[in-house]
Design a protein around this ligand. Structure first.
Ligand code: 6PG
Length: 469
């Protein structure tokens, strides 16, 4: 038994993570349910093969790892994880450690951590972001679960993670499902970030009549400024790529119905359950759901006719789109961090918010220049709404009017911008002391005697002199 760690599940992500671990000098045992996959994986491993210990049975695999063992699971989220844990349990000792590195629902991770309990084997749930390339060359790793277990394997996870100016983008973020909660919110933000980029693409394509290649140029330019991020970078590349068969821009070939595996939806569900506003993320999930209803949209266009859409470029201008994205992005992160704060409160997790922003600066899909500023802002005060951190207040003051103009002109021209609109409404509500919820309270008291508080006295339980009938 001389492997320092083991990994089960040699799909694209699992295989790449195993290669990354081997590449960092660790001896790693690997196992896959179908042994052919293990053979194929080993054939492609090249010189790294000497660091890899392939196994054809789970028993051999477990036996090849030195004790106390650490085993990473890279199997599809859901039942497959429970099945794999059940198969491993009889082979492991109490101090051995199972690390679920898939995109688990954090409620499942909470349950699995409870099940592991004091009896063991121990359990950790880690969020891993960065797609295939990240897994191979450095992902962002969001750790959660048993802190003493993290202390045992943290050096391996830090070694394989992405680096931001030499700092590892891997950290322990809290007990039980805290790591997977953060990964889920990461993906929710990812959905909103992507959706807002798609929305300004829509304004450029349908409003301004720009070609995909020209849109690509704009994204490239933005990537040199405040919006510098992986998602803007790849959006530029996607827009500029042509289909080799037809020569047409890829964007004009790709069907406009978005897939989703569920993590964005979980974020929205979680926000609703925790009673914390994540409207930009919710709008992004809803936009994917609407995109999937292609047939209905076709009928809608037949019945209502196409919206006017085309507008004079000078009405808002390209720079306004950039500013709108900046504002939208700040607001969506304010919502995402707000959600994490609320979950931490609910579960009694001690979650280091600045650390989360710090490990998102590289490796993960939402990595961007702005995350460095977010990390600083959260270090100053982690419980304050991000919009109220002086750096971001200033940015929002500079961009707010542009966001408003973009949303307004888009609405007038029938160009859907659901995530940007949601962001603007959030901003307008959160900067307004007197909201309209007094009307809601009046209605609730009228029909259900639910009571309300008064503005002129303390305490609640007041009722209005409503005339019934
Ligand atoms: C990441 C990605 C990754 C995956 C998403 C895509 O952080 O590396 O978020 O986890 O690409 O699952 O999610 P959808 O299929 O739901 O878009």
């Amino acid at each position: 038994a001389n492997a320092e760690i083991g990994l089960i599940g040699l799909g694209t992500m699992g295989g790449n993570l195993a290669l990354n671990i081997a590449d960092n000098g660790f001896q790693i045992a690997v196992f896959n349910r179908t042994p052919e996959k293990t053979d194929q994986f080993m054939e492609k491993a090249g010189p790294l093969a000497e660091k890899l210990l392939p196994n054809k049975s789970l028993e051999d695999f477990v036996a090849s790892i030195s004790s106390p063992r650490a085993i990473i699971l890279m199997v599809p989220a859901g039942d497959a994880v429970d099945a794999q844990i059940a198969a491993l349990r009889p082979l492991l000792e109490a101090d051995d450690l199972i690390i679920d590195a898939g995109n688990a629902n954090y409620h499942d991770t909470n349950r699995r951590a409870q099940e592991a309990g004091k009896k063991g084997p121990r359990f950790m749930g880690i969020g891993v972001s960065g797609g295939e390339e990240g897994a191979r060359f450095g992902p962002s790793i969001m750790g959660g679960g048993d802190k003493s277990a993290w202390d045992r394997v943290g050096h391996i996870l830090e070694a394989i993670s992405a680096k931001y100016e030499d700092e590892p983008c891997a950290a322990f973020l809290g007990a039980d499902g805290a790591g997977h909660l953060v990964k889920t919110v990461h993906n929710g933000i990812e959905y909103a970030d992507m959706q807002m980029i798609a929305e300004v693409y829509g304004v450029m394509r349908d409003g301004f009549g720009m070609s995909a290649a020209d849109v690509g140029e704009v994204f490239d330019r933005w990537n040199g400024g405040i919006l510098q991020s992986y998602l803007i970078e790849i959006s530029g590349k996607v827009a500029k790529t042509a289909d080799p068969e037809t020569g047409k821009p890829m964007l004009d070939i790709i069907l406009d119905t978005a897939g989703q595996k569920g993590t964005g939806r979980w974020t929205a569900i979680e926000a609703l359950m925790l009673g914390t506003p994540a409207s930009a993320i919710e709008a992004a999930v809803a936009a994917r759901n609407m995109s999937a209803r292609l047939g209905e949209r076709e009928k809608g266009e037949q019945v209502f006719g196409a919206a006017p859409q085309r507008m004079d470029k000078d009405l808002i201008g390209i720079d306004a789109l950039e500013a709108a994205l900046v504002a939208g992005k700040i607001i969506c992160y304010a919502q995402g961090f707000g959600l994490i704060l609320e979950a931490a409160k609910q579960y009694g997790w001690d979650m280091p918010l600045p650390e989360i922003a710090r490990i998102w600066r590289n490796g993960c899909i939402i990595r961007s220049a702005m995350l460095n500023d977010m990390s600083s802002a959260l270090s100053d005060d982690a419980s304050r709404n991000l919009m109220l951190a002086p750096f971001f207040t200033k940015k929002l003051k500079e961009t707010e009017v542009k966001l408003r103009q973009v949303v307004a002109q888009a609405a007038l021209h029938g160009l859907p911008v659901p995530a940007l609109s949601a962001a603007l409404s959030y901003f307008d509500i959160m900067r307004t002391q007197r909201s309209t919820a007094n009307m809601l309270q009046g209605q609730r008291d009228f029909f259900g005697a639910h009571g309300f508080e008064r503005t002129d006295t303390d305490g609640g339980g007041y009722h209005g002199p409503w005339a019934m009938g």
